[in-house]
Design a protein around this ligand. Structure first.
Ligand SMILES: [Zn+2]
Length: 422
């Protein structure tokens, strides 16, 4: 079984500037924290932001960081291309709360031959875990030591954008229209677009560099709602509980039993939606359940919300008024409807893939991206791949060939857009 080697990665850094950038960026711990009360949620993102700010300004741009930690860089168009459609390119600074992103120890699997990859701590990335890996035989692959995530999500995206900023300064061969670069915070905890203002961004199109496997082009996301379910019980001594006790735990259990058992994350795939109870706390007196609801269509989402309403009515009829209450909260909407209004832009991105010799496959994300909210607020924002695989955990890895192609696709999109007019 192949293993990563640190010296090989160091050697590659000497000849592949994109990889060098990436390795520098993942040395920062930028894990976000959903429990935090601060903005951004962790100080690591601010430290990382300060580093990015200095790096970008050294390149000769004027980067700004706002009070939320978000970094914005405005890049003037190449002379003569000022009238081209403007593009906002986004990537996020934070890494997922699911797994540590501190003291990442990356190494390189040279010339991957298929089969499993053994990480330093004994964990194995195999085909069962990651079918995509087989497509990358013959490539070099960056892996972790198995104790942290890698941070390709989304520092691979940030690397591509930094490489673009660098290349725009050293060559005038890449012609481009007006560009706005945004490095957002707290994307992994669903807060990033809260700090972004589409009007202020003022661009015709957006693009997130935050996808995964080579060739993926995300043109749809889920519609998403969160829900908090409160159940009130009635607690009496068990000695006199007969026909009196109303156990909130039992009712919570019944509530979960009434949800369609074949519509959970673990029983659905493709374009199927689901209900997912992800947290439960409580006692006999009261129970609180946190859940998320996902569906690709608006009508599907409506039906799901109506179904929850029916379950609520049923339980309240059975156990008494106000036994259960369900508060639903909109989280984000599918971006597909908005992107469908811009077929030329989407076609241009596909052309950019083709020019980079990448086979494009349109993908519907079983989740959200920054583009979900931005597109629905008026900035059509599809998501392109970075090459990173198995994000959010210790099996995360980055095939170097795919990563370099992601950069090339980004460069091509910028160039193709230069030849458009408003
Ligand atoms: Zn991401």
């Amino acid at each position: 079984m192949q293993k990563g080697n640190k010296q090989d990665l160091e050697n590659l850094c000497g000849i592949d500037p994109l990889v060098k950038l990436f390795v520098d960026l993942i040395s920062f711990d930028t894990q976000s924290d959903p429990e935090s009360k601060t903005t951004p949620s962790t100080v690591g993102q601010l430290r990382f932001g300060a580093y990015l700010l200095a790096t970008i300004n050294k390149l000769g741009y004027l980067a700004k960081q706002d009070s939320n930690g978000v970094i914005t860089v405005k890049v003037e168009a190449t002379k003569g291309y000022e009238k081209a459609k403007s593009l906002c390119i986004l990537a996020h600074m934070d890494t997922a709360p699911d797994c540590s992103g501190a003291n990442i120890e990356p190494s390189l699997v040279k010339n991957y031959q298929g089969g499993g990859i053994e990480l330093e701590n004994g964990l194995v990335i195999n085909d069962a875990l990651c079918k995509d890996l087989n497509r990358h035989q013959g490539e070099d692959i960056i892996v972790t030591d198995g104790t942290t995530l890698l941070g390709a999500d989304d520092k691979a995206g940030i690397s591509c954008i930094l490489q673009l900023l660098h290349n725009l300064k050293v060559t005038d061969k890449i012609v481009h229209g007006p560009l706005t670069i945004i490095f957002s915070v707290d994307e992994e905890i669903g807060l990033s677009t809260k700090y972004l203002d589409v009007k202020e961004i003022g661009c015709d199109y957006g693009l997130t560099v935050d996808g995964t496997s080579e060739g993926e082009l995300d043109i749809a996301t889920f519609n998403a709602y969160g829900a908090i379910v409160n159940i009130n019980g009635l607690s009496v001594h068990t000695a006199v509980a007969y026909k009196t006790l109303k156990n909130a735990i039992t009712i919570a259990n019944e509530f979960m039993g009434l949800l369609p058992q074949d519509e959970t994350p673990e029983t659905t795939f493709g374009e199927e939606g689901f209900y997912h109870v992800h947290k439960i706390e409580g006692s006999t007196i009261s129970c609180k359940l946190n859940m998320i609801i996902r569906d690709f269509t608006h009508t599907g989402m409506e039906k799901r919300l109506q179904f929850l309403d029916k379950v609520k009515d049923f339980i309240n009829q059975k156990y008494g008024k106000d036994t259960i209450s369900i508060k639903t909260m909109f989280q984000y909407a599918n971006m597909q409807e908005q992107l469908d209004k811009h077929p030329k832009f989407i076609q241009m991105i596909k052309d950019a893939y083709k020019e980079a010799e990448v086979n494009v496959f349109e993908n519907k994300v079983r989740g959200g991206t920054d583009g979900s909210n931005l597109s629905n607020q008026g900035l059509p924002t599809p998501n392109i791949f970075t090459g990173g695989l198995n994000c959010h955990g210790p099996y995360e890895c980055l095939p170097v060939g795919a990563f370099n192609k992601a950069y090339k696709v980004l460069e091509n999109i910028v160039q193709l857009l230069a030849n458009t007019t408003k």
